[in-house]
Structure formats: structure tokens, C-alpha cells
Design a protein around this ligand. Structure first.
Ligand SMILES: *[C@@H]1O[C@H](CO)[C@@H](O)[C@H](O)[C@H]1NC(C)=O
Length: 215
């Protein structure tokens, strides 16, 4: 018993004495291996690279490469989110040595086939809530309706919110927080799988109530 506890204590000591990684932090529209400052990460973070492509219809609006510290649960993340008429596809890759350069992240394939889901869609640039009558018909693997809220606090404070269709991979992130240069960023991914079944079920029962009232 004593030796088991002793072993655990040694393991824990090793974990807490673990060295935090340093990673390059940068953003570039063109260069996947962009250069920037080396920053010190939180203990459980690794170095990550993300690639995001924003499209509207069939034309590419922006491309973005980012490097920095990421939580391990973001490694190999792939997914997409559609808000109003804009789709963001992204991929993340990781490596775990000081200032390493992750391999080029791969994006999910484009699939423009409508699935059964319809989600509310809106954007707010100045609050952590939005809700309108506008809807978007989801495509491909975007099987969830997402409300994403972002709250930035510090020298500059900002809240944003958006609703739209998203892949489940984003929903699984739940909540992500990061702190850098005194700014705290808190992002929440709140999802519902407002399935077509549920949707038409609701409509059906409304129709039933209406019919009952008329009779
Ligand atoms: C594209 O998306 C549709 C709707 O979700 C799905 O039925 C189909 O299998 C997808 N196609 C591919 C190639 O993944």
C-alpha cells in the first residue's frame, strides 16, 4: 500500500514539476509557418497550428494560418460552422517540443448537400447573445445548431455571439479559456441537435392544437 502511494506521489510530483512548453505565436493569411514571438504556454498545453478558410457560396473570402499554444483536446480538431451565408472550415494540428512547427492542418472536405437540419442564425458584435427569425439550412456534417459566445476581458473588453450550423466537433469543445498579455478570452460552444424529427414533431403538434381549436 505504502509503495503504491509512494509511486503515485512520485508521478504527481513529476507532473507538477513538468516544464511548460514555449510556442511561436503568429497569424498570417498566407504563411503556414509564420514567425512570431515565442510565448510560454500553460502546463497542459502544446504547440498548435490552425488553418481556417472562410467561403461565401463558392468563393473563398479569407484564409488564415495561426500558431500558438492550444489545449490538447484541440489537437487534430477539424470542423466547420455556417453563419448566415458564410462557412468557416478549419483544421488544427499539434506538436510538443519547444517552438516546434506543427504539420499543415487538413481541412474537412466540402459537402454542400443539405441535411435535414435548419438552425437559427445571427451575429452580434457587441453582446454575448443574439436571436432572430433568420434561419440557415445546414449542409454535410453540420448536424448541430450552435450558439457561440465569446467574452474578452482586460484592457480591451468585448462580447460577441453567433448562431448557425456546426459540426459536432465544435460542440464537444464546450468551453475554452485562454489568457494572454492580461487579456482573458472565454469562448463557449452551446449546441442543440434540433433534429428534423423534433422540428416537424413540434410543427405537427402545433397543427394539432390549431385543428382542435377550429373544431
Ligand atoms: C454529404 O452530406 C450529406 C448530408 O448530410 C450526406 O448524406 C452525404 O453522405 C455527404 N456526402 C459525403 C461524400 O460525405
Amino acid at each position: 500500500m505504502r509503495s503504491v502511494l509512494g509511486f503515485l506521489a512520485v508521478l504527481l510530483a513529476l507532473v507538477s514539476a513538468g516544464q511548460a512548453l514555449s510556442c511561436i505565436q503568429c497569424v498570417s493569411p498566407r504563411n503556414p509557418s509564420c514567425d512570431g514571438l515565442s510565448v510560454s504556454c500553460l502546463l497542459d498545453n502544446v504547440c498548435g497550428a490552425s488553418y481556417t478558410v472562410t467561403t461565401s457560396g463558392f468563393s473563398v473570402v479569407t484564409r488564415n494560418y495561426m500558431r500558438g499554444c492550444v489545449t490538447k483536446n484541440q489537437c487534430n480538431l477539424q470542423g466547420s460552422i455556417s453563419v448566415i451565408n458564410v462557412m468557416n472550415r478549419f483544421g488544427v494540428s499539434c506538436c510538443n517540443t519547444d517552438n516546434c512547427n506543427p504539420s499543415l492542418p487538413t481541412l474537412p472536405a466540402v459537402n454542400t448537400t443539405f441535411n435535414e437540419l435548419v438552425c437559427r442564425t445571427c451575429i452580434s458584435a457587441d453582446s454575448d447573445w443574439c436571436y432572430t427569425k433568420d434561419t440557415v439550412h445546414c449542409t454535410g456534417d453540420e448536424n448541430m445548431c450552435l450558439l457561440q459566445t465569446t467574452s474578452i476581458t482586460g484592457a480591451v473588453s468585448m462580447n460577441t455571439a453567433l448562431r448557425g450550423c456546426a459540426t459536432k466537433s465544435l460542440c464537444d469543445l464546450g468551453q475554452q479559456t485562454a489568457e494572454n498579455a492580461g487579456q482573458k478570452v472565454d469562448v463557449r460552444f452551446i449546441c442543440t441537435s434540433g433534429t428534423a424529427g423534433l422540428y416537424s414533431g413540434l410543427t405537427l403538434s402545433l397543427v394539432a392544437i390549431l385543428l382542435t381549436n377550429i373544431i
